[in-house]
Write a protein that binds this ligand. Structure first.
Ligand code: OGA
Ligand code: NI
Length: 342
């Protein structure tokens, strides 16, 4: 546990050598421009206004950016605030109190760890501590979650349900937009939900370190809450740009599985996290995904409708995850494994 960044970062003035990334992979946040026109979608309008218009906004943003933000999303502000508070309280507990959850085993379903999923085998570490746990169906997993803070299970349980519902509403807009049958995003495409709470402590020299290496989310869809601290960057037109936090808005990321299912109609965006020297940053990411044996492939109905050939071969999620691990930091390469050339 002494490896957790928060355990030792207050005692150092300089970044340890095994946290220094090669020059071409890191950055000073301040030098990076802001993502302009990051689509902000008012989800209430999907119910009370022109649903079709909202669908088109979602599709357009997913095509152009692979990412957008949503407001009036139905997750109540107090619940978001309370969940962020739970996260802060959790990470600020003593190491003794968190010790039972700490594990180096990447296969442990609910675990507290530092850096990436595989600290032992990586050569450079990330400036980040993480609590990750499955959350759907809640009753199956909640007993593995932290027992402290005492309200953690209650608050974070409610949050994961509401955020899951939000993900499903967005998926439904996408399904309608792609004109796929209601069964299409069936239960198996969304029966896994992971919650990832990240803590990025202040770093003495953010220009040397990274909170998360560049990657694509290896899931169907991501809903991220980044509080009021910036740190998220996306690759847009060959350049890193910042996604500025907006109060009570969520960042929605199209995952790589959705890119495949839509046969490349929707984009998944490469992104990373940088650190800062001023304040700790806490984020909560909810990922909707699938089981390891699910077969992922471009939607047949879509290929027929558009009379186009599949860009990807069918693969099991298990094989995808294997490729994802092998191409750590080279996310594009993961999907190339399954790409049909021609
Ligand atoms: C992730 C991710 C962004 C953030 O967990 O996949 O991209 O700001 N997180 O924590
Ligand atoms: Ni991500």
């Amino acid at each position: 546990m002494e490896k957790m960044v928060s355990s030792w970062c207050n005692t150092v003035k300089f970044v340890p050598q095994d946290y220094v990334f090669p020059e071409d992979t890191r950055t000073e946040d301040q030098t990076v421009p802001i993502l302009k026109n990051c689509p902000m979608i008012d989800l209430e309008k999907a119910v009370s206004g022109d649903r079709n218009d909202v669908i088109q906004q979602v599709l357009q943003a997913s095509q152009d950016c692979g990412l957008f933000q949503v407001i009036n999303h139905g997750v109540c502000d107090d619940l978001i605030k309370d969940t962020m508070e739970m996260s802060k309280e959790f990470f600020n507990m003593s190491n003794e109190e968190k010790a039972s959850l700490y594990s180096l085993d990447p296969h442990k379903s609910c675990r507290l760890y530092t850096s990436s999923f595989d600290y032992a085998r990586e050569s450079i570490h990330l400036w980040r501590d993480v609590l990750k746990h499955p959350c759907h169906p809640l009753e199956e997993w909640v007993d593995l979650w932290p027992q402290k803070p005492s309200k953690y299970r209650d608050v974070v349980g409610k949050y994961s349900i509401e955020v899951r519902n939000l993900s499903l509403r967005i998926l439904e807009l996408i399904r309608e937009g792609l004109e796929l049958k209601p069964e299409y995003f069936g239960d198996e495409m969304k029966d896994v939900q992971m919650l990832v709470l990240s803590h990025y402590p202040p770093c003495p020299d953010p220009s040397l370190t990274l909170g998360i290496l560049k990657h694509y989310d290896p899931y169907v869809i991501t809903i991220l809450y980044q509080g009021n601290m910036s740190g998220l960057q996306v690759m847009k037109d060959g350049q890193w740009v910042r996604v500025e936090p907006v109060a009570n808005a969520f960042v929605v990321n199209i995952g790589q599985l959705l890119k495949v299912i839509s046969n490349g109609k929707l984009e998944s965006v490469e992104h990373r996290v940088v650190t800062n020297s001023k304040e700790p940053r806490y984020t909560i990411a909810s990922f909707i995904g699938t089981r390891r044996d699910t077969i992922i492939e471009p939607a047949k109905a879509l290929l027929e409708k558009d009379d186009c050939r599949p860009l990807y071969q069918a693969f099991s999620y298990k094989d995808f995850l294997q490729a994802h691990k092998e191409h750590r930091g080279e996310g594009e390469a993961t999907l190339k494994v399954f790409k049909i050339e021609g």
